[in-house]
Design a protein around this ligand. Sequence first.
Ligand SMILES: [Zn+2]
Length: 280
Amino acid sequence: MCNLCAAREFVILSHRDRYGYPVQAHACRHCGLVFLNPRMTADAYGRFYDGIYRPLVSAFHGRLIDARTIQAEQHDYAEERAEFIRPFITNSARQTMLDIGGSTGVVAAHFAKEFGLQGTLIDPAPLEVEQAQRLGLETITGLVEQHDFATRRFDVVIICQTVDHLLDVAGTLARVRQLLSDNGVLFIDIVDFRAAFLRNWSVEAAIKIDHPYYLTERTMMAYLRSSGFEVLRSDYAADHLHVSYVCRPAAGDVDAMPTAASVEEMLREVRFVQNAPYRT
Ligand SMILES: [Zn+2]
């Protein structure tokens, strides 16, 4: 069943990913959501991230990428994103922040310092959480959908370079809506699937086993609106690949789904990239 619109009619876009794994990317015919189907279980992803993931991406990119080397990249990212979110966050009434999937805590620590917030980080990877703890953040090892926050609410929630890795986007956003205080702010960003297949001129090159979801501007806006968020500002990142959103709580919009015409347009673009030779 489609995680965004609950329809069941899918079209298979591709049969392997960029690393050569035999995974299928499906698109929902009704809303255009692209996702891996079937996908690994949470346990299997746990084992994948534990031993295979960092060596695999290191080999793919031809340089060492591990919990240590990513921290420099995360710092640059944190500075850039802080400037984007700053106009919406400079309010002394905001005190607490939750970083979902915050990895080693570089981004959360930067935001906490920059905006004077108490930072809490939740991530399923124990080694990365250990690093985050050293930066003075409150840490939780686990998944936001499963952790019991009791009556706690947060004034700022950030989901950085994480939504594509989630196993249940709708469930997570519903949870975030509950955890956000009434005048809270959500920051979230996506890898734009359309940008990814256009820049590689290949659908397979845009698919990777660690991303169960492939969001576009249309499907992400639909997710946010239907989950009860109003988008205050969007941003095309300097890398031309990521798209970021600052949102606030709003009434859930039941008419938020992408139109049939927009789904047809996306499928036509996919077929064009798959079949039209690219010349520079
Ligand atoms: Zn759908």
